[in-house]
Design a protein around this ligand. Structure first.
Ligand code: G4F
Length: 326
């Protein structure tokens, strides 16, 4: 049975990936920094054979010990301080976990396996790295212009992954994933904030949703589709980098409108208030990806459309909020 280690197991991608790998017969190990994490029972609920193990991207020794103990065939580095907004308030933690954390994991793999490439690594790179992109749509060759401490950290992690591949022969691939969402998304992110807010407005539990920049446009797909591409990348004989995207872009305003419509509310403007405190010191205006390479070489394409994604999230939150209220 192949063995996989996932960092960032409690995030939406970690959970969908653990379920996918379990269904493929893997032994799956999910890394947490401490066992008191309240997400652990929820993560294990849908992947009963998942084994929770301790390790920390901020501690090289713990990563070396963990690789020794788990002896994985594949490692998925999904762990990061992943809120772009919060990275402005916590730039140092962001850099340590997201940038140096990826370096530590690469070092642990290098020390353990040298250049054998026996262990395959997936690095979660991000479309945020493109930032103020001069080219649209963005592909694997588009230059980076990061606009947040988070994005700067991801650029470091991305280049370091490529460097370890070239310098030491590691089988290390990076997925430059555009925004991907799901009912499991954390409420720090705008899509889930909107879907929960819409559900609560529909149920009469709140009147308004406070939002910042409504004009930002993102290429939003479904997390469950994106983890399939992560797995496919590690099945390739040669490591490489791939953009993962839907090729469509929508504004935050579009998301709000479609979400309210999914809950049967047409006059959404009455329920949205602008809060300037939610604006970022620098934001990314528009992102849209070209995933031709992933389509041609991996045979991957996202299945869930933008309206289906929004509806899925709103319906899940309507159910959840109605349960909490009863
Ligand atoms: O949902 P967001 O916080 O996602 P963002 O910044 O695009 O980053 C996400 O996607 C990246 C690419 O995959 C990941 F690397 C990253 O880890 C994360 O998953 O914000 C989207 C847009 C921004 O322009 C933000 O300014 O929504 C705008 N926005 C408007 N009001 C808001 C809000 N964002 C948040 N989080 N909360 C608001 O109230």
């Amino acid at each position: 049975m192949p063995r996989a280690l996932i960092t960032g197991i409690t995030g939406q991608d970690g959970r969908y990936l653990a379920e996918l790998l379990t269904s493929k017969g893997y032994d799956v190990f999910g890394m947490v920094t401490g066992r008191d994490n309240p997400m652990i029972p929820r993560v294990c609920a849908n992947a009963p054979s998942l084994e929770i193990v301790e390790g920390d991207l901020q501690d090289l020794g713990s990563l070396i010990s963990l690789l020794d103990a788990v002896a994985p065939d594949e490692v998925y580095n999904l762990g990061a301080a992943s809120s772009v907004g919060r990275s402005f308030a916590q730039p140092e933690i962001t850099a340590d976990v997201t940038a140096i954390g990826a370096l530590r994991l690469l070092e642990a793999l290098r020390v353990r396996d040298g250049g054998s490439g026996a262990v395959r690594l997936y690095q979660a790179s991000s479309s945020e790295m493109f930032g103020t992109a001069r080219v649209s749509p963005q592909d694997e060759l588009t230059p980076f212009h990061p606009r947040s401490p988070y994005a700067v950290a991801k650029v470091f992690a991305h280049h370091t992954t490529v460097n370890y591949r070239e310098a030491y022969g590691l089988h290390a691939s990076a997925g430059i994933a555009f925004n991907h969402e799901s009912p499991r998304r954390g409420i720090d992110f705008v899509t889930r904030k909107i879907s929960i807010g819409v559900a609560r407005v529909r149920l009469g539990l709140q009147q308004t949703i406070a939002l910042g920049n409504l004009d930002a446009a993102r290429d939003w797909g479904f997390s469950g589709d994106y983890v399939e591409a992560m797995w496919l990348m590690l099945q390739q004989p040669e490591p490489d980098d791939y953009v993962l995207a839907t090729g469509e872009t929508h504004t935050v305003r579009d998301f709000v409108e479609v979400a309210f419509a999914a809950a049967g509310i047409d006059d959404w403007e009455r329920h949205v208030v602008h809060d300037p405190r939610l604006l970022r010191p620098s934001d990314v205006d528009v992102l849209v990806g070209d995933a031709s390479k992933a389509r041609e070489r991996l045979g991957w394409k996202p299945r869930v459309s933008f309206p289906e994604l929004v509806r899925m999230m709103v319906e899940a939150d309507l159910e959840q909020e109605a349960r909490h209220d009863s």
